[in-house]
Design a protein around this ligand. Structure first.
Ligand code: NAI
Length: 447
């Protein structure tokens, strides 16, 4: 545990990195005008006053701007990482040193430390939680259902020290939660279906101003950025295989094509596959793509999408990477059983020898855009985190009326975010004339 001069409990790499973290966070803030406006209102209105908020998010410059906004709204904020490789240590130091925010995150932390930091966020006794992948909510639900054996050891050991009344109070204390990503929302909806969800959750990912932009343009650009920073390979003239043509996959496929690659898409959904084919990509099964591709990227939210049977068919020097949420999309355990390695050949590149061929795995199969690059650009996170801030306010205000289910923020707030973003970009749009409004609401005017 590091502790600052103000006695803020925290565990970060080095508080001396704070000035660099501050400079970079301020740079990101320039591209986050919508969040800035929300921060100004939060400062005046204090909608989160007296609330303890624990967030488990990628600790980046954009998240720093969100954390500061939540604090400006009156919340006492604790922050841990939602991925062991995505923390920007200078940003973590800046939040602790300059804002007194309790940050528990160190880039490259091992499994035990990662979960000890989740424990610290839970020990903050949150009224509101904010997740990117449902790790905090997942742990709280294991406590609620008394499934302590399913908790990671650092969390389990702490929970075992609590009385049963205290454990119940920990869960009951949470009035609501928010979730950032597709994978987390899928899990939460499964919990709601099984009727085990203990409090309302706002699915930020389901907002139009989130997934249409963050998943598509943010993941599209930053995944390419991660691959380039990790490898410095020339994309033009190469064959890139994109597994999954959802919001993230289509964004990345577009960007890879824009950089000059021939792009193949693999899918399991006939509609998405058809869309990819008509968007001009070649759709093939992974077994076929395996022998053709130079660079493979998974963006599916599914497990073992690239398996040993595929890797055996790959060309010498094939590069494999994941940009879906968890590090399960590439079957690296299978690879480790049959291949020799890994040998680290560059900072985020590990070489495996498989039957005389080399396979290069990027960022240990974790989110390549956050591990090897800086994650999404601030301008797109502006909308995602405007959603997070408004979702936190909404869940606190509406807690009593929202059922224990997965909800979206109201469509009107979603549109407000789009309006604010457009106006910050200096883009004007038309408004319906009264005649047009009448026309669109009528049914009696025909040919
Ligand atoms: P989505 O649900 O829109 O798309 C996923 C696609 O993968 C679907 O079209 C599905 O049919 C396809 N798929 C599933 N299993 C497959 C398989 N075995 N082979 C080929 N295709 C398969 O989800 P979205 O929003 O695109 O998110 C994808 C993943 O990326 C999720 O895990 C999400 O949490 C994560 N994500 C990552 C971000 C990042 O920063 N790298 C940002 C946002 C989301």
């Amino acid at each position: 545990m590091t502790a600052t001069a103000h006695g803020t409990p925290a565990d970060v790499k080095d508080l001396a990195l704070a000035p660099e973290g501050r400079r970079r966070t301020e740079w990101a803030e320039r591209s986050m005008p919508v969040l800035r406006q929300i921060r100004e209102r939060f400062t005046r209105e204090q909608p989160l006053k007296g609330r303890r908020l624990s967030a488990c998010l990628h600790v980046t410059t954009e998240t720093a701007n969100l954390a500061v906004t939540l604090k400006a709204g009156g919340a006492d904020v604790a922050l841990c990482a939602s991925n062991p490789l995505s923390t920007q240590d200078d940003v973590a130091a800046h939040l602790v040193a300059d804002h007194g925010i309790k940050v528990f995150a160190i880039k490259g932390e091992d499994h035990a430390t990662y979960y000890d930091h989740i424990r610290a966020a839970l020990a903050h006794r949150p009224d509101v939680t904010m997740d990117d992948g449902a790790d905090l909510v997942g742990a709280l639900h294991m406590v609620a259902l008394n499934r302590l054996d399913d908790l990671p050891p650092p969390v389990r050991r702490w929970v075992e020290t609590l009385s049963s009344a205290d454990r119940a109070a920990l869960v009951r204390g949470v009035v609501g939660s928010t979730e950032e990503t597709t994978t987390g929302v899928i899990r939460l909806k499964a919990m709601a279906k099984d009727k085990v969800l203990q409090f309302p959750v706002i699915a930020v990912n389901d907002s139009e101003t989130k997934h249409l932009f963050d998943n598509r343009y943010g993941t599209g650009q930053s995944t390419l950025d991660g691959i380039l920073r990790a490898t410095n390979l020339l994309i033009a003239g190469s064959t890139v295989v994109v597994a999954g043509y959802g919001w993230c996959g289509r964004g990345f496929a577009q960007r890879a094509r824009g950089a000059g690659a021939t792009v193949l898409v693999t899918e399991i959904d006939p509609l998405k596959a058809l869309e990819a084919q008509m968007d001009g990509f070649r759709v093939v099964p992974m077994q076929e793509a395996a022998a053709i591709g130079d660079i493979f990227v998974t963006l599916t939210g599914n497990t073992h999408v690239v398996r040993l049977e595929h890797m055996r068919r790959m060309k010498d020097g094939a590069v494999i990477a994941n940009s879906g949420h968890f590090n399960v999309e590439l079957d690296l355990d299978g690879l480790a059983k049959e291949a020799q390695g890994p040998t680290r050949v560059r900072e985020f590149v590990e070489e495996w020898r498989l039957g005389g061929k080399r396979i290069f795995v990027l960022a240990e199969g974790r989110l390549v855009n956050l591990a090897a690059a800086e994650g999404h650009p601030a301008s797109v996170m502006d909308m995602s985190f405007a959603n997070q801030a408004l979702a936190a306010e909404y869940v606190v205000r509406q807690a009593a009326s929202l059922g224990k289910d997965v909800h979206r923020i109201p469509a009107e707030l979603d549109r407000d975010i789009a309006r604010l973003k457009l106006s910050s970009m200096g883009v004007g749009i038309d408004t319906l004339t009264p005649e047009q409004q009448r026309y669109l609401a009528s049914w009696d005017q025909g040919t």
